[in-house]
Design a protein around this ligand. Structure first.
Ligand SMILES: Cc1ncc(COP(=O)(O)O)c(C=O)c1O
Length: 436
């Protein structure tokens, strides 16, 4: 099992002190269920690890992993910053009362409406992604409400985190950021220096997601610090902030539990690297920013389904169909992501059968778990897919006009509904019948 889970006297799965079978009855299925203690613990692990090791830092939770008003409020309470990539994420954060000066605004194509909203309300850091964006901002930032607009510049350091092969290529192919190689980033940033409406705070990179080793992060530290150092030498301007993005991976399966660095190992490694590099080069320690998403929320999240049809094709396969699918979790279809599941109402059942867990969407590819050993599954059983906290709720769709699930936070035996499930009437809320 992932996260902190127990089994009660009825043989039911318990999360956050709550009986999951009862929650399924009370709130309906499918349902996203988050262990609030685990969410808060992960945020504190980040902060405490930095607190111990590094003088000046900020942890910005990447809201794209999972966002709702209650989550934004929790992030604010835990003293984190928030990373947003759209006017929508910014709006949810601000509506929940999240302070604008703790928000970092990303995006490779910020629209005019998004820029107007953020410039009107204020921002902690604006991350410039391209030269075209800077050009537009030169005019628009003149009337920024809080004076100088605090900028980070997103750079592409040319690191491949997936193969663990560090590529220092001449050509960096990404829709995000300004390439370091060829001097593109340096020239754009030098240009920005000339405008009094900007305050150049530092540089940013995000080398990828679900990264299972520390080396790519350490390499990114080196490349980024080298850039900051060169920029200082050439312009005499000291960039004070280094934002390393997110990307720390997490296990999705029990067998992967030892394959990922912990939050504290990650923080230890990057702070150690930055300290050592700065000492060696007599470079002032920058303020260090990280933007973790998945490593804060994934393990804390689960999806609770009710089993409907169970179909056996003799000698071939047994299909267990649940009342959700690619609409609430598109990751298996998108990336071939792997998950594990539990039968929450019969946790002591030792029978085993090999099944395929599928959704109810009108797509053969709507498979949540292609193959898994579970206790004999019956219609009406409550099936819990673990580790769905990140990029599930935020990537959910209404394909086949299936209403999206609600979200419940559980803690100390209490359950709080924080996003209500969509109703059928929600599905036509935006429809307009011509002529009416
Ligand atoms: C700029 C940026 N920061 C942070 C993150 C969060 O990454 P993760 O959820 O892997 O920690 C992402 C994810 O794509 C990102 O693009």
């Amino acid at each position: 099992m992932l996260g902190k889970k127990e089994i009660n006297e009825h043989g039911h799965l318990v999360i956050g002190g709550c009986d999951v079978v009862q929650l399924a009855q009370e709130f309906g299925t499918p349902l996203y269920l988050f262990d609030e203690t685990l969410l808060r613990e992960n945020m504190r692990f980040y902060r405490q690890s930095f607190e111990r090791l590094y003088p000046d830092y900020a942890v910005a939770y990447a809201s794209k992993a999972f966002i709702c008003s209650a989550m934004c409020r929790m992030v604010a309470e835990e003293g984190l910053f928030l990373d947003v990539v759209s006017g929508g994420e910014y709006y949810i954060a601000r509506s929940s009362g999240f302070p604008a000066d703790r928000i970092i605004f990303h995006g490779n194509n910020k629209t005019a409406q998004e820029r107007e909203l953020v410039l009107r309300e204020g921002i902690g850091r604006w991350v410039v992604d391209s030269e075209a964006e800077l050009e537009v901002l030169i005019e628009e930032a003149k009337n920024y409400r809080n004076g100088k607009l605090p900028l980070l510049f997103r750079l592409t350091p040319g690191i491949d985190p997936h193969t663990h092969q560090y590529i220092t290529t001449g050509k960096i192919d990404s829709k995000f950021g300004l390439p370091i190689v060829g001097g593109v980033a340096r020239e754009v940033m030098k240009k920005a220096l000339a405008f009094p409406q900007f305050e150049l705070r530092g540089v940013h990179c995000h080398i990828g997601s679900q990264i299972d080793s520390l080396e790519p992060f350490l390499k990114a530290c080196e490349v980024m610090l080298e850039f900051m150092f060169q920029f200082w030498k050439e312009t005499d301007f000291l960039l004070e902030e280094l934002d390393l993005g997110g990307g720390l991976g997490v296990p999705y399966l029990d067998e992967q539990k030892d394959q990922f660095p912990s939050i504290s190992e990650y923080v230890e490694a990057i702070t150690g690297k930055v300290r050592a590099w700065c000492e060696e080069h007599s470079f002032p320690l920058p303020r260090l920013i990280v933007e973790p998403g998945r490593s804060i929320v994934n393990t804390a999240g689960n999806t609770v389904y009710r089993v409907g049809t169970v179909k056996e094709i003799p000698g071939i396969k047994k299909y267990v169909a649940v009342d959700g699918g690619m609409t609430d979790n598109p990751r298996p279809v998108l990336y071939g992501a792997r998950y594990q599941a539990l039968v929450a109402n019969r946790m002591h059942d030792r029978s085993r059968e090999r099944v395929s867990v599928v959704g109810k969407c009108c797509e053969s590819g709507d498979v949540i778990i292609p193959e898994i050993e579970l206790p004999r599954v019956l219609p009406g059983d409550i099936l819990v897919v673990e580790g769905t906290g990140a990029y599930n709720h935020t990537m959910a769709s209404n394909y086949n006009m299936i209403p999206r699930p609600g979200v419940v936070f559980v803690k100390d035996g209490k359950a709080k509904l924080v996003v209500r499930p969509e109703s059928l009437s929600d599905l036509i809320r935006r429809d307009v019948l011509p002529g009416d």
